[in-house]
Design a protein around this ligand. Structure first.
Ligand code: AMP
Ligand code: MG
Length: 488
């Protein structure tokens, strides 16, 4: 093992450990047998002043697998709880450990975390490890989200461990470095509210606001202001998921970040053919986290956060409840407004009105009836893609396009303005399930080039080019029985 400190890096901090020790456990990752860097995100490394760290260096493999640590580092695992499929459970970082907080070139603080780094006191029956497929999947999905302009945690590195992880089938293990503006979750507040003292809940609140939005402390009621801050970020986040056809798959309250970043890439997947109730996750048998339920579930989760903050909103319980209810009813409106605006932008309307909603409903109904591809349909409309599929010759589609043209005229929207708005809103490329699986199969056989090339392409998902490359083609047999899994 190598012994080193961070000679090339100015700062690593752990402000989170200023919280009472009920919020974390100091713990080091478990070393791995034979670490090997398979993915290294050079542009992200550069943003965080890790530009002197090279993919091929032994120290990179040793440190980012958690095998050798600098002397000045005191890593820790975070405690949290959460509502999983509606049921309250005690949780925590069972296979992740925070290495510390680093600042980027703009002086913004981010957590760096090993994922798949061994057991902690929150591991329950888990092995604390992760498979190479699951970690590379997270790497692809999170970096694709950056290109799609959707708030997300990021992935700095994936290190293969040379050890076997036992799942349905034995697979090589891997450790991913996750970068997040913090790992404070709705479930962190639920943990404090349900199991700790009022003082500890207050400490978490103070810490979180100081870290994410210190100006809120000057609001009339900082707790309500904070609630609104979190709510508005979730509205933006989930609206964006709906824009590109992303299904998170496991929107438990522990998987919802206070910062509004997409977090915990487990059973997530992208829509191909449109189907409102589409579910890919093998365990989501009742469709709680189906595509079209995501806004409703976000509201449910935010109601859990509101509940956990009640004692801080006002010392008088009745007043606190009245104020909280007020915010929750505003939330419903924010979601509606944001969703309708986004749908309008998908068809090139900058200010969609209530009167235009039937136009959109009929488009979505047609997509649902024909299972039209959610990405390509908007490209067809824009004239950027010539479809092979016969559904675009049917009279319902042609009639709808005519209605859309008429509505544009009525609103005085110029063709070029509509197209330009659609080009900014609708991606030409999303990481389609069949392609992600192909890329992962390559990685398991030792070929990382397919993923590297795909991620390069995913950095520009709004590009329009004549004749799409294979990555944007729809799967021949649709999604068939495509299934995704948690915690692999
Ligand atoms: P997730 O479904 O990935 O959000 O995980 C739910 C909980 O299970 C979290 O507390 C995780 O830390 C924990 N967990 C998931 N996989 C493992 C594992 N292999 N070992 C230990 N804990 C795990
Ligand atoms: Mg989780």
């Amino acid at each position: 093992m190598l012994s080193f400190s961070f000679p090339e890096h100015p700062s690593v901090e752990k402000t989170y450990t200023s919280l009472p020790n009920s919020f974390f456990q100091y713990i080091k990752p478990t070393p791995v047998a034979s670490p090997n860097v398979i993915f290294w995100n050079e542009s992200l490394a550069n943003e965080f002043m890790f530009e002197n760290w090279k993919k091929q260096d032994l120290i990179t493999a040793q440190f980012f697998s958690g095998t050798s640590l600098p002397e000045n580092l005191q890593p820790f695992a975070q405690a949290y709880a959460g509502h999983q499929f509606g049921h309250f459970t005690m949780l925590g970082d069972g296979r992740t450990i925070v290495m510390g907080e680093f600042q980027n070139r703009s002086g913004e603080r981010y957590d760096f975390q090993w994922k798949g780094s061994g057991r902690t006191k929150y591991s329950r029956n888990g092995d604390g490890r992760a498979t190479i497929s699951a970690m590379v999947r997270e790497y692809i999905m999170s970096e694709a989200m950056v290109g799609l302009q959707i708030p997300t945690t990021r992935s700095l590195a994936v290190i293969a461990t040379g050890e076997t992880v036992l799942r349905d089938e034995p697979q090589e293990g891997a450790v991913l470095t996750r970068v997040a503006s913090s790992h404070i979750r709705v479930g962190t507040f639920e943990y404090a509210y349900h199991t700790l003292s009022l003082h500890e809940l207050e400490s978490l609140f103070q810490y979180t606001v100081n870290r994410h939005a210190p100006n809120l402390l000057y609001a009339d009621n900082p707790v309500l202001a904070f609630l609104e801050y979190v709510m508005k970020r979730q509205v933006t986040l989930v609206t964006n998921w709906m824009r590109v056809g992303f299904i998170h798959g496991v929107m438990n309250t522990d998987n919802m970040s206070i910062s509004g970043e997409t977090i915990d890439y487990g059973p997530c997947a992208f829509l191909n053919g449109y189907f409102a109730k589409r579910v890919f996750s093998s365990i989501d048998v009742n469709g709680r986290y189906a595509f079209a339920n995501q806004m409703g579930i976000a509201q449910w989760n935010l109601a859990c956060l509101t509940n956990a903050l009640l004692p801080l909103i006002d010392p008088n319980e009745k007043t606190a409840i009245d104020l909280a209810k007020g915010k929750l009813s505003e939330l419903e409106n924010w979601f509606q407004e944001s969703y309708i605006r986004m749908l309008g932008e998908k068809i090139g309307f900058p200010n969609l009105t209530e009167k235009d909603l039937p136009l959109l409903r009929s488009l979505y109904q047609w997509m649902q009836d024909t299972e039209a591809d959610y990405t390509n349909t908007f490209l067809v409309l824009e004239g950027a893609y010539v479809p092979k599929d016969s559904i675009y010759n049917d009279h319902r589609w042609k009639d709808w396009v005519k209605d859309w043209q008429d509505a544009k005229k009525k609103h005085g929207i110029l063709e070029e303005d509509a197209i330009s708005l659609m080009q900014k809103t609708n991606p030409s490329l999303v990481p389609r399930n069949h392609f992600v699986e192909l890329a992962l199969a390559n990685v398991r056989q030792g070929n990382t080039n397919v993923v590297d090339q795909f991620i390069d392409r995913c950095r520009f998902p709004f590009k329009r080019e004549p004749g799409f490359d294979y990555a944007s083609e729809v799967p021949i047999d649709g999604d068939g029985n495509y299934r995704t899994f948690c915690g692999t």
